[in-house]
Write a protein that binds this ligand. Structure first.
Ligand code: X8Z
Ligand code: ZN
Length: 636
């Protein structure tokens, strides 16, 4: 996630006890002066907002949560005060930049702050608490000496590589137990956040979220429908192919759920949002050359471990292991940085390497979910991950550095324009680079062997990308379909879980194998729900990144099929990309998009162009099969 949006979304009510951040407005100030003042002030105080958040995420405790909640409360109080002050300028003459800044002020609150100070305090406390509950989530089994406790990372390891049906079910169900105690808090969170949204003049929090796209809330909602309709046929083919393979692997009974839905715990991923881990039995042509990136990274780790062991004695075995984990994590990150610098972008600052959390600390709970942080709008950038040597984490590093390079590029902008053109842009920057990680690029960095240029290896590499990108799209859509419903009241607390699984069935065609009644709160087991990060951004990003990729390939002078293009090392592509990044949120995204791509609309035709060979191949594989699924059996 990208921090700034989260912070700005924690809006606040006017005048709690005098917040330390508050400054008295000068008596006579016009709109442009007001905007200049808040930009200066925001930049100056920014670390006071980000540092407590960083501490709470990298050292989970009651104390850090308290400090994070309090600092949010102060910040949101100030934000509310600014929003109030800005009202006096309505209808007055001001620069276009000032008008946009004032508009952004109101929209930047993804957690809109109630004006009632008690309610605001309660809201920030709940938000901090839920973040901590997710980060510290632990599933324990057994008693006494046999007691075994695992956190998300270890449970994900099971889904990634253990193919035992029951072991996966245990890991999947185990992780979902951590969300049960969140339900009451989440319900209250929805009430308070909606109160804040109404105080700002929105119908509810969902409407506020949908207002951040330089178009009406109704327009962006129907844009997502339109984009999904473009991709849906491709997803259905992938679903159909995957179901056949699951049935081959686990049997006709266990490889699917009634109605042709895919069993939630067998998809290699806790949320069924990325099926790449099923490569071992989904690879179209296992003998057509290896794309086993996880295997290659594990091997590099073993080599680094051997090197650490060979160093002079004196360290305990776990210290040696940790040193090697750190070595591989830094090596993977250096690799990702190299892609960006190959485009002509700057090296990451020294402080990045010093301050970043690369691996999971041993001595305390942290929020492992990957995130990128701009601490001060002037170069103190960091990422926070719990890196392991596998393909998913490797590409996530490239994703996170996309956020970081966006931050660095728009640091030249006034504080309020230091954000994405829209939030989907922010998510798409690093993923565009991931699309350029072609088999040839992977070979050049020694992660895969010699690649054959034939139809079979093409289908393999297309499948690798589709399992990460196409499988994600319906997931990217359904989360906020659920939250929009929760915020507008059409999904009631008594139907939270049922509605969740209905949407999962409808869009993704997946289902749990056992009943998941309202005693469970399965949405809470996904980071962005307790973390209150809007999710439509990721769906949009999965469309945008193909558009950006195509444009950068054009800039690099690529000829030939889109999927063959890597713009690694191309300075012209880098220059165009950087120019877009430096615009930040200073103008409507349509304009920014036009400058890079020549068009003003989000459009999934580049997705379809990219995957054309795979789609044809999937149709042949699925010929004669009964594809599709029936979503009605999902609610049990
Ligand atoms: O949350 C993330 C990033 C941080 S913005 C790791 N992503 C979504 C997720 O994990 O659910 C990236 C893809 C989707
Ligand atoms: Zn992200």
């Amino acid at each position: 996630m990208k921090l700034r949006h989260a912070l700005l979304s924690l809006a606040i009510a006017a005048c709690v006890s005098t917040p330390t951040f508050a400054q008295k407005a000068p008596a006579k100030e016009n709109a442009d002066q007001f905007v200049a003042r808040i930009n200066t002030q925001l930049k100056a105080m920014y670390p006071e907002i980000t540092v407590p958040q960083w501490l709470a995420a990298t050292y989970i405790s009651d104390d850090t949560q308290m400090l994070a909640a309090k600092s949010d409360e102060r910040w949101l109080t100030l934000l509310n005060q600014w929003i109030e002050e800005a009202k006096q300028f309505e209808g007055q003459k001001m620069s276009a930049e000032s008008a946009r800044t004032i508009q952004l002020l109101k929209l930047s609150a993804s957690m809109p702050p109630p004006k009632n100070p008690e309610h605001l305090g309660e809201l920030t406390r709940i938000a901090s608490k839920m973040g901590g509950m997710y980060g510290a989530g632990t599933y324990c089994k057994g008693e006494g000496d046999a007691k075994n406790c695992r956190q998300l990372g270890e449970l994900e390891d099971v889904l990634r590589s253990n193919r035992d049906y029951d072991a996966q079910l245990d890991a999947w169900q185990g992780w979902h137990t951590i969300a049960v105690p969140m339900k009451k808090d989440y319900q209250r969170f929805v009430e308070l956040s909606n109160e804040g949204a109404r105080d700002l003049g929105f119908a509810n929090t969902g409407e506020l979220w949908r207002s951040g796209y330089d178009m009406t809330p109704a327009e962006i909602a129907s844009e997502t429908d339109r984009l999904w309709a473009q991709v849906e046929p491709l997803y259905e083919e992938l679903h159909c192919y995957t179901r056949e393979k699951l049935k081959d692997k686990y049997g006709d009974d266990k490889g699917q759920v009634d109605g042709g839905l895919l069993p939630a715990h067998l998809m290699g991923n806790m949320w069924q949002q990325d099926w790449g881990n099923l490569w071992d039995f989904l690879a179209p042509y296992p003998n057509a050359g290896s794309l086993d990136i996880t295997g290659a990274l594990e091997k590099q780790y073993q080599d680094l471990l051997a090197a650490e062991k060979a160093k002079p004695a004196g360290r305990k075995p776990e210290e040696i292991e940790r040193a090697a984990q750190m070595d591989i994590a830094v090596k993977m990150t250096r690799r990702a940085e190299d892609f960006y610098t190959s485009l002509g972008m700057p090296k990451l600052p020294e402080s990045y390497w010093k301050n970043t959390q690369f691996i999971k600390p041993r001595d305390r709970d942290v929020v492992c979910h990957a995130s990128a942080w701009d601490m001060d709008m002037r170069g103190d950038v960091r990422t926070k991950m719990c890196i392991k040597p596998n393909e998913e984490d490797f590409t996530t590093i490239y994703h996170e550095l996309g956020h970081i390079y966006y931050d660095l590029a728009y640091n030249v902008q006034p504080a309020m324009f230091q954000g994405g053109a829209h939030d989907g842009f922010h998510e798409a920057i690093g993923d565009t680079i991931v699309l350029a990680m072609t088999p040839e690029y992977l070979q050049s960095i020694g992660l895969v062997g010699e690649q054959k240029q034939n139809q079979e290896s093409l289908i393999n590499s297309q499948m690798r990308m589709a399992l990460a990108k196409v499988s994600f799209m319906p997931f990217g859509l359904m989360i906020d379909r659920w939250r929009w419903g929760v915020f507008d009241g059409s999904i009631k607390p008594t139907e939270y879980n049922q509605a969740w699984w209905e949407l999962k069935a409808k869009y993704q065609g997946v289902a749990p194998v056992n009943a998941r009644g309202e005693d469970f709160f399965d949405p809470g087991a996904k980071y962005h729900v307790p973390g209150n990060t809007p999710y439509t951004r990721y769906f949009l990003s999965h469309v945008l990144q193909f558009q950006f990729y195509k444009s950068l390939c054009d800039a690099a002078g690529h000829k030939g099929p889109l999927y063959q293009c890597s713009f690694y090392g191309d300075k012209e592509a880098g220059k165009r990309y950087w120019a877009m990044l430096s615009k930040g949120a200073s103008q409507p995204w349509q304009k920014t998009m036009k400058e890079l791509t020549g068009g003003e609309k989000m459009d999934a035709s580049a997705v379809l162009e990219y995957f054309a060979p795979l789609q044809t191949w999937l149709k042949q594989q699925n010929a004669g099969k009964q594809c599709g699924w029936s979503a009605t059996t999902a609610a049990r």
